[in-house]
Design a protein around this ligand. Structure first.
Ligand code: GLA
Length: 763
């Protein structure tokens, strides 16, 4: 709901209020937080008192007319506000001052046309400001959504001369209070490292300058009260619907107000606005929670699931995929793929993704990006033939592309070397993974991609696309924003008319995990790192801002390709259950007991899929120090308990399940987990009635065939007991195999399903 009353603007949803007013032509920020009344405006406005000595005044009649001390919704440059400005412009090569004053407002009935992604279904307010001297009109858009607010800015040159934009933020937000800034930065296979920095008068910035939102600096961040917990305290969340270079800064003023700027990175940014032209910034999204980190992430999850991803995929089950990459890399034939597909289907997978290597002469990463013609040596019956055969064994068909890149060793590059981005002074091209980026600012390049990818999608029964983008380009420079607009144009043209194709975006894993991409692609490959121990950290960090329904999460081989760590198959599965489940390993190497363990994982996923994708997520811990992920819907709760290194003689452990009705009776059941005999090594000597050598023929033969159950448990208790914490069966403690214990070593885990005991059972 939006109300405008005597110059006071009040944006409200069921969770929070956002309030500002016009003061002497400027937009004064009043409140962003718990719901309040419009009539509270005066009470919420800061009282400047005697003014601030040493300040520049915009009106000398009063000492409190000082932009530097006023919490503002926007600020110009060179008019007394010495804090960081959201806008920097120049004309004729010289920086110009700007001074935007309120000129009117309107409730916008329809989402204005936009080349950038925007939140769906929002109620919009447009607040117009004008700078007469500079000949500029600025419109600040505010959007109200059920669990979030949005902001963006549009600048129009109404003057007679061109104006250059050096910096133009999407939003300037000011919040009183003490905060810690939570950011998520990292790199390849080490995405989403959660860093907490106190907000002070020294400015903190997080910026991506690579041309992608990047794994170095996820655009999402939190500002939390220093004492906030998972369930209590003030936490604000912010994100940006943008996939290119972005910028965020926070800085506290002497008056104790933190200014937050979010937008396109000003690094290398330059955009000329000719008379009559306009420039729109990407949309910023923000939410407030008074109920700690858990409350905030719930609001962001609802936002992404209901107001951002493509409508067709909202609330829809996501297919369990088998992906060929880690199992085959570039080395496959149709026969091999179909053999893998058959096993995948028998295990319960629903869709087969043919990853890299199916086109041109792509037998390694040194060639053929750009030449999406099927390699008939590998696939003699083409994509159609493969897709139909997969269909016959009950699997959907998905395909990998990397359409934004080109290999210098490709037909495309030989025909159109000028379609790639090159250094603008003619320096030697700098390659990464033997590839260059295509210049998506060129209409001909975009047309080519749309026709090529679109043509292939129509030529075979393809239901899923993995859209990869593996390397940045040093030659992008000032073209970075136009490149991103080009990418969005291409994605619209390919996928708007094919809404039922599931798009999973990938950029060497999480190198472009952002709300701009989620507008097109309901799921994103989180990281090339599928080591479950690393994934626990990566997916926990992502969960603050993004829902598990957008995490591409696959089970891969052990020891892991990136960490050489050996982990139990049960844990690899348990971690991947909290996301869009998939398998990415050579299935021909599975032992029978491993195949059965995977079948159990998939069966569990199918029985709890809607909860695991769209339930309410919370992060917690057992009193034994294990990480707990909980997903809860109206009808079921799933709790994952994940341990680190196994201590000797571990103590008792209780699992607390939140959100249940205290009076109701519930039953917890563990997912049936299977162990290999080999996990016990020479200890087998002590538990078996016959003497066998640990690495001997008999054990090797038994390993993989003989089933040993791990962690089987059922508990029936009231919701009150579950909230207090129910006792879990003991962990392994040096006493041999016990089917009533959790037979786990390092990185052991279990997943539990908790459901109401039916009336029928109670009778
Ligand atoms: C990137 C992706 C991987 C895989 C390869 C294929 O590294 O992140 O998942 O698709 O490309 O070349």
């Amino acid at each position: 709901m939006i109300s405008v009353n005597h110059g006071v603007f009040h944006l409200q949803n069921s969770k929070s209020s956002y309030l500002f007013r016009v003061k002497d032509g400027y937009l004064e920020h009043l409140h962003f937080g718990a719901r309040v009344q419009t009539g509270d405006a005066q009470a919420l406005a800061p009282l400047p008192g005697c003014g601030w000595g040493g300040s520049t005044l915009y009106d000398e009649r009063s000492n409190d007319r000082c932009l530097d001390a006023l919490p503002l919704e926007w600020s110009g440059a060179g008019r007394g506000d010495y804090r960081e400005s959201p806008i920097e412009l120049s004309a004729g090569g010289e920086a110009i001052t700007t001074d935007f004053r309120f000129s009117g407002s309107e409730i916008v009935k329809e989402q204005p046309q936009s080349a950038l992604p925007f939140s769906r279904g929002q109620t919009l307010l447009a607040v117009h400001l004008a700078d007469k001297e500079a000949g500029l009109r600025l419109t600040l858009y505010y959007g109200v959504l059920p669990t979030a607010f949005t902001r963006r800015a549009v600048l129009e040159n109404c003057g007679a001369l061109p104006v250059s934009i050096r910096k133009f933020m999407s939003a300037c937000t000011e919040l009183p209070g003490a905060f810690c800034l939570h950011t998520f930065s990292g790199g390849w296979i080490a995405e989403m490292q959660h860093t907490v920095t106190p907000v002070t008068m020294a400015r903190s910035c997080l910026e991506s300058t690579t041309g992608a939102s990047s794994n170095r600096a996820n655009p999402g961040f939190l500002l939390a009260a220093p004492d906030a917990t998972e369930t209590d305290g003030v936490v604000y969340g912010f994100n940006l619907l943008y996939s290119g270079s972005h910028y965020l800064s926070v800085q506290k003023s002497l008056q104790g107000v933190t200014r937050i700027l979010q937008g396109i990175s000003p690094a290398n940014f330059e955009w000329t606005l000719a008379p009559g032209e306009r420039f729109e910034t990407p949309e910023a999204v923000m939410a407030y929670s008074g109920a700690g980190y858990g409350g905030l992430s719930e609001q962001f999850h609802t936002y992404v699931n209901q107001s951002l991803i493509p409508p067709y995929w909202q609330n829809r089950p996501r297919p369990i995929v088998y992906n060929s990459w880690e199992g085959c890399m570039f080395d496959f034939t149709e026969t091999k793929l179909l053999r893998l597909g058959k096993t995948a289907a028998q295990l319960g997978c629903e869709l087969f993704v043919l990853d890299d290597g199916w086109f041109g002469r792509r037998n390694s990463d040194t060639s053929s990006l750009g030449d999406y013609t099927v390699n008939t040596k590998k696939l003699p019956h083409g994509l159609k033939g493969l897709g139909e055969k997969l269909g016959a064994i009950g699997l959907g068909f998905g395909l990998w592309f990397e359409p934004e890149s080109v290999s210098p060793d490709s037909e495309l590059y030989r025909a159109h070397p000028d379609w790639a981005l090159h250094d603008n002074l003619g320096r030697k091209d700098l390659l990464g993974r033997h590839q260059l980026l295509l210049d998506l600012t060129k209409p001909a390049v975009r047309d080519y991609i749309v026709q090529q990818v679109g043509g292939i999608l129509d030529s075979a029964p393809i239901r899923y696309v993995k859209w990869d983008m593996n390397r940045h380009s040093c030659a992008l420079g000032a073209k970075q924003h136009a490149f991103i607009l080009g990418l969005y144009d291409v994605l619209h043209r390919i996928f708007d008319g094919r809404p039922e194709i599931l798009l999973e975006s990938c950029s060497s894993g999480g190198n472009r995990f952002d709300c701009g991409i989620l507008y097109f692609s309901p799921q994103i490959w989180c990281s090339d790192n599928t080591d479950p121990v690393e994934r626990l950290r990566i997916q926990t960090s992502l969960s603050y801002l993004y829902p598990p329904s957008c995490f591409g999460a696959h089970v891969s081989a052990s020891p892991h390709a990136q960490t050489l760590r050996a982990t139990p198959l049960s844990t690899r599965g348990n971690v991947s259950l909290f996301g869009c489940l998939g398998y990415e390993l050579d299935l021909s190497e599975l032992l029978p007991v491993e195949a059965e363990e995977i079948r159990s994982q998939i069966a569990f996923y199918k029985a709890h899929r809607q909860t695991l994708l769209y339930g309410r997520f919370s992060r917690g811990q057992t009193d034994g120090g294990a990480l707990v992920w909980q997903m809860q819907s109206q009808t079921q709760t799933v709790s994952g308990v994940f341990h680190g290194l196994q201590p000797a003689a571990p103590g008792y452990e209780r699992l607390s399940v939140t959100g249940l009705d205290t009076e109701t009776l519930y039953r917890l059941e563990s997912r049936p987990q299977l162990l290999r005999v080999g996990a016990f090594g020479s200890l087998l000597r002590h538990v078996l009635p016959v003497k066998l050598k640990p690495n001997g023929i008999a054990i090797s033969a038994a390993d993989g065939h003989y089933k040993m159950y791990d962690g089987a448990q059922t508990v029936t208790a009231s919701g009150a007991a579950f909230a207090a914490g129910v006792a879990l069966i003991p962990r392994f403690s040096g006493t041999g195999y016990d089917p009533n214990g959790r037979m786990q070593s390092d990185f052991g885990s279990n997943v539990y399903s908790i459901k109401e005991v039916s009336t029928h059972e109670k009778l």
